[in-house]
Ligand binder design. Structure first.
Ligand code: HEC
Length: 111
């Protein structure tokens, strides 16, 4: 049963939008790395417009990282934002947040 669900899920992800695999990867990063601090579940992504996310995710997400590195209250995220893991996956994260930005009209499916 689990396998079937996973299979259906991946089909959905693969057929919805072309850039989908990357968006799915970005979603995973987002859920795992961002929602520990940012409340509201995945709707957090829809709190900002595309333009804002695009700006924050420029240059491999440097502005977003910088913003967090400046905030003492975000200290727990520093290690991550300074890591290669972050820059490496920032591309996927970017696609995800832009895909589901406030003015995109899309809502992330599943969780
Ligand atoms: C350790 C906690 C923590 C983690 C993890 C974290 N953030 Fe934040 N984030 C913060 C704090 C604290 C602020 C500053 C809030 C404020 O000043 O009001 C912030 C601010 C923001 C803002 C607001 C910027 C603005 O100009 O208003 C965005 C967007 C954001 N984070 C996105 C993300 C994304 C995307 C991730 C995952 C890659 C993430 N955050 C991970 C704690 C975190």
């Amino acid at each position: 049963m689990k396998k079937i669900i996973l299979f259906l899920l991946s089909i959905t992800f693969l057929t919805l939008v072309p850039a989908n695999a990357a968006i799915y990867k970005g979603q995973k990063v987002f859920v795992k790395r961002c929602l520990s601090c940012h409340e509201g579940g995945q709707s957090f992504v829809a709190e900002y417009k595309m333009k804002v996310w695009k700006k924050l995710m420029k240059k491999k997400g440097k502005p977003l990282a910088k913003l967090h590195l400046k905030k003492k209250s975000a200290k727990k995220s520093w290690k991550y934002f300074k890591s290669k893991k972050y820059t490496k996956k920032s591309k996927h994260l970017k696609q995800f947040v832009i895909e589901y930005a406030k003015d995109s009209g899309n809502v992330p499916a599943c969780n």
